[in-house]
Ligand binder design. Structure first.
Ligand code: ARG
Length: 581
């Protein structure tokens, strides 16, 4: 099946919205509106139907009728779709719509048979560049680096799943002022051996030594500046050092990325655009946007009520803004994307407002979005690059794994040691990622181990365990009924809880689209957590293996579909699943 064919499953919300729009048009042919905005919405409470339409309330004025009368007219409209069992008029004029259970069961089967689980390819034919992670070299990743890599890679996977063609770019800070200091530090204090074994730590060590010296030693500071100018103007010796720093650091970074499950299509750091900076400023000057001010070249952004943006400093050097403007131009030229999405912490909001404002003035048509997130803090302290006392990401993951190992040792004492370690790594890393993703990105995340590793709350381990428990139900069924083929039996939605579960399953498609388009991974985590909870009340309240033949198969099949959706959802979140924990 090709990706586009996979989009053909129309959701009940789409079918019902289409019918209701037509019903309004048929009932009120002379109305002064075309009813295009009418749609049904999901309801959270089955008392209000499976879907609800509240359009009658807003149309009372235009139609000169009481909302309740409008709703009653529409409720009698002809050609009701097959999926609709019945509809009721409620309260002041709500239309509550109920799906036909048989139709719903067939719909869940169609969804389960689809490789995309019914998620439409709304991004087909569209290209987005995603700029996330993008750490400043050459320091080890610390806990403050988690969110951009984590949130960015989830949005990346979601966009790909929706059919977008995504170019994930790690826009490394690899051309900044830190290199003058690092070069001096390495020349005077560098240890070649350490450089081979743990380059990021070694570079950080010599950076700190050199940086401290700049504060006491004027001549040292000057020399650092000269080394940077030499590097940026192509001095061979310094370029060679820079290349070695980059090569060794990237290898180490890649090891972290493998552990985090982060993958990039391209790693064009800032240095990639270094020859385009002068041209970028010229272009702004030619467009009449850049002007001289106190020896510097700036773009005035008064109209946008933003501070001036300096694009060339008075010493002739270019800055972060120039580099990002050059980057937009290059990306547009190379990939012609529909959208460029940046994921950074909240401190860069002004920077991107300025960049986007200048791009609008340059009449770029590419969509530009900055997704910013609040800092992640442990209860005792906030972590920021500029403060000392930072916790390395590697240490955080190692601690997560060792804590997970303890939990697993207690819950599965019979598991062989090697398997325990694999499980601990899957659960530990998943717990850290999920603790971040389950928050609104724009909120400040207070990270605690208890919450991240909780087996009974909205956590990664809870969902991973839920998945493994479902797998074990299927295992038990296979043991008891080795000849059974639940996948060939029709789904039957007899109990209310089965219906609730089915309704939740078919909403997966909208959840993924909403999470991606609103840039909120927590929309998906909330959904998966709800689904796992509904599943667990399903599992506790209806018999499985003891149910009569046919119903038993239907229930096992429903289990499998829940497992598939959980697995797909966790996969989008970058969490692995295991059949056994
Ligand atoms: N290197 C920057 C930092 O660590 C983030 C870069 C974000 N991307 C961009 N195109 N400016 O703060």
């Amino acid at each position: 099946m090709t990706a586009t064919e996979a989009t053909s499953i129309e959701s009940p919300a789409e079918i019902l919205s289409g019918w209701i729009r037509d019903a309004f048009r048929g009932c009120f042919p002379d109305a002064d509106t075309d009813f295009t905005d009418i749609a049904v919405v999901d309801t959270a409470n089955p008392e209000f139907g499976d879907y609800q339409c509240n359009a009658a309330m807003g149309l009372a004025k235009v139609l000169r009728q009481a909302p309740r009368a409008i709703a009653e007219t529409v409720a009698k409209a002809p050609d009701q779709p097959d999926c609709l069992d019945r509809l009721e008029v409620a309260g002041p004029g709500f239309l509550n719509l109920y799906l036909d259970s048989d139709w719903l069961a067939r719909h869940v089967e169609r969804m389960a048979a689809d490789a995309q689980l019914g998620v439409p390819q709304v991004g087909a034919g569209k290209t987005v560049v995603m700029d996330y992670g993008s750490p400043n070299m050459t320091k080890p990743l610390h806990i403050g680096h988690l969110r951009s890599h984590n949130i960015g890679s989830v949005l990346d996977r979601m966009h790909r799943f929706l059919g977008y063609s995504v170019i994930a770019d790690n826009h490394l800070g690899d051309w900044g002022t830190q290199f003058g200091i690092t070069i001096m530090g390495y020349r005077h204090f560098g240890d070649e051996q350490a450089m081979q074994t743990s380059p990021l730590e070694e570079l950080e060590r010599v950076y700190v030594l050199s940086y401290e010296k700049t504060r006491q030693d004027e001549e040292w500071l000057e020399q650092c500046r000269r080394e940077l100018v030499k590097l940026q103007s192509g001095d061979e010796e310094n370029l060679e050092l820079w290349e070695m720093f980059m090569r060794l650091s990237l290898e180490e970074l890649d090891r972290m990325y493998a552990r985090l499950g982060v993958h990039y299509d391209i790693v064009h750091g800032e240095s990639y655009y270094r020859d385009k900076l002068a041209g970028t400023v010229e272009r702004l000057e030619q467009a009449g946007l850049a002007v001289e001010s106190e020896g510097a070249t700036v773009v005035m952004l008064e109209e946008e009520k933003l501070p001036v943006c300096i694009v060339r400093k008075s010493d002739g050097g270019f800055n972060y803004a120039t580099s990002d403007l050059a980057t937009v131009a290059a990306r547009v030229e190379e990939f012609n994307p529909d959208r460029i999405i940046y994921v950074t912490d909240e401190r860069q909001q002004l920077h991107f407002k300025q960049i986007f404002a200048i791009c609008r003035r340059l009449e770029y048509t590419v969509g530009l979005d900055h997704i910013w997130f609040g800092l992640m803090r442990l209860p005792e302290a906030t972590f920021s690059t500029r403060e000392g006392n930072v916790i390395k990401l590697e240490a955080l993951l190692a601690e997560a794994e060792s804590r997970a190992l303890e939990i697993i040792a207690a819950s599965s004492p019979d598991m062989p040691e090697a398997e325990r370690r694999t499980v601990a790594s899957v659960v530990g890393v998943g717990a850290v990622k999920y603790a971040d993703l389950s928050q609104n990105p724009q909120s400040l995340v207070t990270f605690t181990w208890d919450k991240a590793l909780a087996l009974d709350g909205n956590s990664g381990p809870y969902l991973q365990y839920a998945y493994a428990r479902i797998a074990s139900v299927r295992g038990k069924y296979a043991e008891r009924f080795p000849e059974g083929t639940p996948e060939d039996e029709p789904l039957r939605l007899e109990e209310a809880i089965e219906r609730t579960l089915a309704l939740q399953l078919i909403r997966f498609r909208d959840v993924v689209a909403r999470a991606a388009h609103q840039y909120k991974p927590n929309v998906l985590t909330d959904y998966l957590y709800d689904l796992a909870q509904t599943y667990s009340s399903f599992y506790q309240n209806v018999p499985f293996l003891k149910a009569p033949e046919g119903i038993r198969e239907s229930r096992v099949r429903l289990c499998t579909i829940v497992a598939t959706v959980l697995k797909q959802g966790l996969d989008l979140l970058g969490l692995k699943t295991l059949e056994r924990i």
